[in-house]
Design a protein around this ligand. Structure first.
Ligand code: ZN
Ligand code: ZN
Length: 282
């Protein structure tokens, strides 16, 4: 199984691999550019060379990149919507350059325009994106959200609806975030409930779409619709919930990535990954 964490690219994209090694990751998630700026600095050949060298020498894979938080392809505001589309396209191209197989994105917020209008904007943009990009090596992943505010993508049905409206849907996958789906009202703790949640997922979306799982415990209670990540075992999902997930044979090939707060020494990542690995039953 592949366990890992989101690691910072501060100092250059290759630095994420050094951090991943320190944090005992098998695989990592990165931002492929600064996550709170529209502008992306061009990746320099030297930086890219060092990045591939480190993938080789550490044996750590980069299984996914996460889009900037500024991007909202559901936005009803034409300027912001176009800017989001262009930024998303650039991030897809950067993933291609860095040979990252998945780019994960929050579907978007309708900001008052209504769910139907928001979903229409999302699907228009994704269809346009796949038409514009010849390189099909990067899969775009829709991340399930907690349903906070006007965020879309909080139910398996809604994600399936978006997928159904995409022409080249083989270029689209999903990412489940344990904290988000738990907050959105999908139980994970009791083994019977967990089975039911995953059966619903299988029926509505299907495991073939599932490329990445974000492993975050939840600071907020079940169904809270609040997205607040907690360290593994310290929140409302608890060790029971994570034990269900790491021992589900259908998920054994899906990279599991933590996105929890940490200091510069990455001690929290090391501890969280140790806990996750210890839950796997032989
Ligand atoms: Zn996530
Ligand atoms: Zn989150």
């Amino acid at each position: 199984m592949l366990f890992g964490a989101h690691e910072s690219i501060s100092g250059g994209v290759f630095m994420a691999l050094e951090r991943g090694q320190k944090a005992t990751c098998d695989t990592i998630q990165i931002f492929n550019k600064s996550n709170h700026q529209w502008r992306a600095k061009k990746l320099q050949p030297k930086e890219i060379d060092k990045y591939f060298e480190l993938i080789e020498s550490t044996g750590i894979s980069v299984s996914v990149s996460h889009t900037s938080y500024l991007i909202n392809i559901a936005s009803p505001e034409p300027g912001l919507n176009e800017r989001s589309y262009l930024a998303l396209k650039e991030e897809m191209e950067r993933c291609g350059l860095l040979k990252i197989p998945n780019l994960v994105m929050h579907p978007g917020s309708h900001v008052g325009s209504g769910e139907e209008a928001g979903i229409e904007k999302i699907t228009e943009n994704i269809n346009r994106l796949f038409d514009a990009l010849d390189d099909a090596s990067v899969t775009l992943l829709l991340e399930a959200t907690a349903g906070q505010g006007t965020n879309l993508g909080y139910s398996f049905e809604q994600l399936a609806e978006i997928i159904s409206k995409i022409d080249n849907d083989d270029r689209l996958g999903v990412c489940l975030d344990t904290c988000h789906i738990f907050a959105a009202g999908y139980p994970l703790v009791d083994p019977k409930d967990y089975k039911k949640t995953m059966k619903t997922f299988e029926e509505i979306i299907g495991f073939d779409r599932l490329q990445i799982i974000h492993m975050n415990d939840s600071k907020k209670e079940f169904g809270s619709k609040r997205d607040r990540h907690e360290h593994i075992g310290k929140g409302f999902i608890g060790l029971e919930g994570f034990s269900n997930i790491v021992n589900d044979s259908r998920l054994k090939d899906v990279p599991m990535i933590i996105e929890t707060p940490k200091g510069d020494d990455l001690a929290e990542d090391i501890e969280n990954l140790k806990i996750l690995r210890s839950l796997v039953k032989k």
